[in-house]
Design a protein around this ligand. Structure first.
Ligand SMILES: [Zn+2]
Length: 427
């Protein structure tokens, strides 16, 4: 950008970044449909309006509302263990679902295949994996595999002793099997014995009804008709603060908007700030947003920069979704800023950027701690995803890099921006 101040210095001096992060955490876990989510939207809207000087545009997002009303698991011998229904899990019959539990370890396709004949009529038990790793098998794939093999229930054990694990079952409407997260100790109590598979009783009570949330947009026009969309999802899971995932991304997006707002009008492209919800509902908010864009509107989005879980580790990665020309662009900016950045090439459908990418819009996700089993990101989707896992310096660094990426994307030549649209390594 010509004649613009040092973005790194502006963001380093921005005291509001850390305050926003804490305030969003203060709202609670922000499960879609809760007062906690509503409070976060109100806060973010006020802060974004202050940052950009423009009124937010709210697009209604209808979705299948779902809330857990109670859950428990009765172990062999009658002891009761806590469990956490996965988002959109179906309910069990009122008196519970009693079945044998088959432990499939991690829950790889090989493990499912090896036990194909044993799964029908049983509850499948698998392990939760670090989500931001190259070889991760997503919980939703394991859930689907269990369902397809005829399982009657699904349990997923988290990595943190004494802690349950949350997440989405991936079910939309329609059929499903009851699914819940459990602590590792509970999984240990469900080991097979010489007597065979243990029997457990799972009880899940839910309420399902049509619901509505929103996508919040703030437009800072540039000189031309094109946009760079900077996005972050506001929703999360109950039981913690959803601090890394994704108070970190929302707070950083606000800081980037504050730093760039005075300058965007002189740039070739505008900045559109987008806050999505029901991301934890199989990316529903961003899916509806992208679906409702006309072909022409899609053409006018030069790039989506999606911030999801950018705190919890100082190591940042850009998931470049198969858009090969994004990589040299991003690495050049990171290098010039002395911020280490790893580029991960395949399309990873683990956040809102995926919906842009699937529609042919160049899109990337910035994420911290990718492929690092020791990073605090291992606590994501557990009640331990709390603010103490994030350092102020991590938020600052991610916001600085993002501001530079967005500013450069608003400024590159049309020729460069067109080249980004070539997909050379899909999925
Ligand atoms: Zn997320």
């Amino acid at each position: 950008m010509n004649g613009t101040p040092d973005l790194a210095a502006v963001i380093a001096a921005d005291q509001q970044l850390w305050r926003d992060f804490q305030a969003i955490c203060d709202c609670g876990g922000r499960l879609a449909g809760t007062v906690s989510e509503e409070r976060a939207f109100a806060y973010v809207r006020a802060q974004a309006e202050a940052a950009t000087g423009v009124q937010g545009r709210s697009i209604p997002v209808p979705y299948g509302g779902w809330s857990p009303r109670g859950a428990s698991l009765t172990l062999p011998g009658g002891a009761r263990a806590q469990c956490h229904p996965l988002v959109r899990s179906v309910a069990t019959p009122p008196r519970g679902l009693e079945a044998e539990v088959i432990d499939l370890g991690r829950g790889t396709p090989e493990e499912f295949a090896a036990h194909a004949a044993d799964i029908k009529g049983r509850i499948v038990l698998v392990r939760h994996e670090l989500m931001f790793a190259a070889g991760t098998i997503h919980r939703r794939r394991k859930y689907l595999a269990a369902m397809e093999a005829g399982a009657v229930g699904f349990l997923i054990a988290g990595p943190v002793p004494g802690r349950l694990v949350a997440g989405s079952s991936g079910r939309q409407d329609g059929p499903g099997i009851p699914a819940a997260g459990i602590a590792p100790e509970t999984a240990a109590a469900l080991r097979p014995t010489a007597g065979g598979w243990p029997t457990a009783r799972l009880e899940i009570e839910t309420l399902e009804q049509p619901a509505q949330t929103q996508t919040l947009l703030f437009d800072l026009p540039g000189q031309g008709d094109d946009w760079v969309v900077l996005s972050a999802h506001i929703d999360g899971h109950d039981g913690g603060e959803s601090a890394m995932d994704n108070a970190s991304g929302v707070a950083a997006a606000l800081a980037v908007a504050r730093a760039l707002a005075p300058h965007v009008k002189s740039l070739p492209r505008g900045l559109r700030l987008a806050f999505f919800s029901v991301e934890e509902w199989a990316l529903t908010g961003s899916a509806q947003y992208v679906q409702n864009l006309s072909v022409a509107e899609r053409q006018h989005v030069a790039l989506n920069v999606n911030l999801d879980s950018i705190g919890g580790s100082p190591n940042l990665a850009a998931l470049t979704s198969g858009f090969a020309q994004l990589e040299p662009f991003l690495l050049r900016i990171a290098e010039a800023s002395s911020i280490p950045l790893r580029s991960v090439r395949p399309l990873m459908q683990n956040s809102d950027h995926a919906n842009f990418a699937l529609a042919g819009i160049p899109a990337l996700r910035l994420v911290a701690g990718f492929d690092d089993a020791n990073a605090n990101l291992r606590f994501v989707l557990t009640p331990s995803d709390t603010r103490d896992k994030v350092q102020p310096s991590e938020l600052t660094q991610a916001a600085v890099l993002t501001a530079k990426i967005v500013a450069a994307a608003c400024s590159v030549s049309d020729q460069d921006a067109t080249a980004w649209r070539q997909v050379t390594s899909p999925g």
